[in-house]
Design a protein around this ligand. Structure first.
Ligand code: MRU
Length: 361
């Protein structure tokens, strides 16, 4: 997608060798490109949220496995070193299942009988493949979700969509999941307007989603997290589309903290609540939402607000310095509050039977 007039992906490979990322911790104030030289660089980029969003975490981890393998080339205990490093990489963040999913796709290639250089090349090719598949998946989610927008547009002539956090192209390799139908609607000339939840504490909505929409010239408005309910009660929201970090076998969805409250408000106001869910986020090993690990992050993310002032990035204390704070990264939206899951294979009800059918089980 565009930044200014230039098309970017969030992660790419240069010279068939260097892995590049956009460091999202600087957005929207500065545009910083970073090179990931080692597997540890990939680990740190995920843990420190230079890259974030479930699909992008997965793709970065896939490149991380390649980078670890490359740095162990020539070691006698190459495979042992790689296995330890990869187990460590899987711990970089706990909630998005894509991390484990992508690393496991790489692990399937591990084989002691292969020459080391050959395996390294295979791991790079497989990471590239996972990245390309992510783009195709998001395109498919876009065109499937577009039908939902089109129906509302035919009735009303404009579609007001509320979204939470950033499930846009910055959370994937390109297009995004929740935003893919919005970008396609814009391309088709439908009038769309997006309510962007700021998404405290890290403000992925105001910092990243708003930045994306601005660069794509899509009508939007940043709202404080507490505003959605009022907008819904006053008829200003036609549908909600959010992303997800993990979908349990029973259709419960784990997404950025605060998603549940928006789902409750949407349910109370009869507003369709859709989750854009690539099948890579469906975890059939997890029966229901209560079993999904919820990330807890440092209290300073709540106590300080990061922003831009006097030409530099700053952090402002917004509570008494000595008050403790609690920082859960995600919450669970029960399946009963969800109208449908928009997957790359079609829209399904968040029910156990539909989910296992789409997963081919
Ligand atoms: O903590 P983050 O920024 O990684 O959380 C991101 C989200 O919650 C997204 O909604 C989710 O990963 C879906 S991204 C397509």
């Amino acid at each position: 997608m565009k930044i200014g007039n230039t098309n970017f992906r969030t992660i790419w490979v240069e010279n068939n060798f260097d892995v590049k990322i956009i460091d999202q911790n600087f957005l929207p104030f500065s545009f910083v490109i970073k090179t990931l030289c080692t597997g540890d660089d990939a680990y740190i980029a995920i843990a420190d949220m230079a890259v974030r969003g479930a699909p992008l975490i997965g793709v970065t981890a896939a490149y991380g496995v390649y980078l670890y393998a490359k740095s162990f080339l020539g070691a006698n205990d190459f495979m042992e070193k790689l296995s330890v490093a990869v187990a460590h990489l899987q711990e970089a963040r706990p909630t998005a299942v894509n991390l484990k999913w992508a690393v496991e796709r790489q692990i399937k290639l591990f084989d002691n009988t292969k020459p080391q250089e050959f395996l390294v090349r295979e791991l790079l090719a497989n990471a590239n493949k996972i990245a390309e598949e992510d783009i195709e998946t998001n395109r498919a989610i876009g065109s499937i979700g577009l039908d939902l927008i089109e129906k509302i547009y035919d009735d009303k002539g404009i579609v007001n969509i509320l979204t939470h956090c950033n499930a846009g192209w910055l959370a994937t390799v390109d297009y995004g999941t929740a935003t893919a139908p919005i970008y396609m609607a814009k391309e088709q000339g439908f009038d769309v307007n997006v309510w962007v939840d700021e998404t405290r504490p890290r403000n992925q909505g105001s910092r990243l989603t708003a930045y994306e929409l601005l660069n794509e010239d899509i009508s939007h408005s940043v709202i404080a997290d507490n505003t959605g309910g009022h907008l819904m009660q006053t008829g200003k929201v036609d549908m909600v589309i959010v992303g997800c970090d993990r979908v349990a076998a029973n259709g419960d969805v784990c997404n950025k903290i605060g998603t549940y409250l928006k789902a409750l408000a949407a349910f109370d106001n009869n507003i369709p609540f859709y989750v854009a869910a690539p099948t890579s986020t469906i975890d059939l090993n997890i029966k229901s939402g209560k079993d999904i690990p919820i990330e807890e992050r440092h209290e300073d993310e709540v106590k300080y607000v990061a922003g831009f002032c006097g030409n530099k990035n700053v952090e402002i204390l917004v509570s008494p310095k000595d008050s403790p704070a609690t920082n859960y990264g995600f919450d669970i939206t029960p399946a009963r509050l969800i109208t449908g899951l928009i997957t790359e294979k079609g829209i399904i009800r968040p029910k156990e039977a539909s989910i296992s059918r789409i997963m081919g089980k």
